[in-house]
Design a protein around this ligand. Structure first.
Ligand SMILES: *Cc1c(COP(=O)(O)O)cnc(C)c1O
Length: 450
């Protein structure tokens, strides 16, 4: 077939099979208010995945909108390559006050994948600068997700997101994910967590001499299916990195800015990584900005009046002033309201609602939650944990059915994701859970294997 049907629009949508997109009714979001998205057909939907995991305080917060408008009228863009501007300076000054202690030097880009690429290049060059170029391998978790550029995809878990691009990718060293549900039935989260740490130790014993860094999504592996690690995983990874003198990169693109109930997932275990990648919620979910923040040790390694150890990386719109202004206004909201306390309260409410309405459903294998990040893993049969056939696209079916109840969700395979803005109201959480329960009940009998 050399031509395709005209379809709904000329937009080629990301992570979307366009033939399926064209077969479903088109949903065109025109406006947003608070936690709701309003479509061109006039219907309003709860933004159940925070506009792909980035919205923090709801849409249209006047303080953030005003900051964007004022900055747009003053300076729209000026490069950071060898020149500075006030919003970038302010942002880099304020970030360390939010971050785990010791992360002091901010390198800006526009998206999470780029923040990860920057971290990878920093880690490898760190060792080259230190006269140990043989330390060049990266250690990543099974089921990892670190973005869609070549470096990020290289780190990502095998499967449909990675396999087609294999000829372009490098191979990281892999350690076990603390994915208890994917292990033998009965495996506890604590056991899975220990197994993951044991596998990292054995990898480091063999490969630390050729390794630059370990990269993890702390506490929650997001796109891998909201895999929540047990208490002690993060601190254990930090200890092993220290013991074997390998850098630790924490990818907090998804977990940062209050998602997990703390400002950053690293705060859950009092860990400071050597390099942290931030994105998604950094602007409150309004504009594209990301940051790779390093410790003084990493930064000093590149500091060289002789110009031999320069970090050769940069994007045209890195640290754009309007995006930076949005980020600063986002920080102001965190400073002026008890955003984290409220998010924790909502997380507790969501946990109860899920227990009442979703967790015991015969098509639900496991509900995993950390703060306002939830994965509901669907199974055809609870006892055997048999999955649905992939072709049934069961996660997508449940989410399409949820739309009938005015809730917009996007699954990851057969894991239904709930990731509402931190500003979500209790009543809206109840509506989300009702919509999921409705979607689960709508699973056709023909596919009920159990
Ligand atoms: C979303 C995500 C990324 C990629 O961010 P983009 O802005 O989509 O490039 C990287 N890492 C994690 C953990 C993510 O969830």
């Amino acid at each position: 077939m050399d031509t395709a049907p005209a379809g709904h629009s000329p937009v080629w949508h990301p992570f979307t099979q366009m033939a399926i997109f064209d077969a479903d009714p088109a949903l065109v979001v025109e406006r947003a208010e608070g936690n709701r998205l309003i479509a061109t057909d006039g219907r309003s939907y709860i933004d159940g995945v925070a506009s792909l995991w980035c919205n923090v305080h709801g849409h249209g917060r006047p303080e953030i909108v005003r900051a964007i408008q004022e900055q747009a009228a003053t300076l729209q863009h000026s490069t950071l390559l060898g020149v500075s501007h006030p919003r970038a300076i302010e942002l880099a000054e304020r970030l360390p006050s939010l971050l785990p202690p010791g992360l002091t030097r901010s390198f800006f880009s526009e998206n999470g994948a780029s923040a990860v690429e920057v971290a990878l290049k920093m880690a490898v060059q760190f060792w080259a600068n230190a006269g140990k170029p043989e330390r060049r391998r990266i250690i990543a978790l099974e089921h990892a997700y670190h973005g869609d550029t070549i470096g990020g995809v290289s780190l990502g878990g095998p499967g449909r997101f990675r396999d087609p691009y294999a000829p372009l990718l490098f191979e990281p060293l892999r350690f076990d994910s603390p994915y208890a549900f994917g292990m033998a039935p009965g495996t506890t989260r604590a056991e899975a967590t220990q197994r993951s740490l044991d596998s990292l130790r054995s990898l480091l014993e063999r490969h630390a001499h050729e390794s630059a860094a370990v990269i993890i999504e702390p506490r929650v592996q997001g796109a891998g299916g909201m895999i929540v690690s047990g208490e002690g995983h993060l601190a254990g990874v930090r200890r092993l990195c220290d013991e074997f003198d390998v850098l630790l990169i924490a990818d907090e693109v998804a977990t940062g800015f209050g998602r997990t109930g703390e400002m950053f997932a690293c705060d859950l275990e009092g860990v400071t990584p050597d390099i942290m990648a931030l994105g998604k919620g950094i602007t409150g979910g309004y504009l594209p900005l990301s940051a790779t923040v390093a410790t003084e040790r990493v930064y000093a390694n590149f500091y060289d009046p002789g110009n031999q150890r320069t970090f050769y990386h940069g994007h045209t719109y890195a640290g754009n002033p309007i995006c930076a202004a949005a980020a600063l206004a986002n920080f102001d909201v965190f400073a002026s309201e008890d955003v984290l306390g409220r998010a924790r309260e909502r997380a507790g409410q969501l946990e109860s609602l899920l227990a009442e309405r979703v967790a015991d459903h015969p098509r639900v294998g496991e509900v995993r939650q950390q703060g306002l990040m939830v994965g509901i893993e669907l199974v055809a049969d609870r006892a055997s944990r048999a999955p649905f056939p992939a072709a049934a696209r069961m996660g997508a079916q449940v989410c399409m059915a949820a739309r009938e109840r005015d809730v917009l969700l996007r699954p990851l395979g057969d894991v239904v994701i709930l990731m509402p803005p931190l500003s979500i109201e209790a009543g809206e959480l109840a509506q989300i859970c009702e919509a999921v329960a409705h979607g689960l009940d709508a699973i056709p009998d023909a596919l009920r294997l159990g």
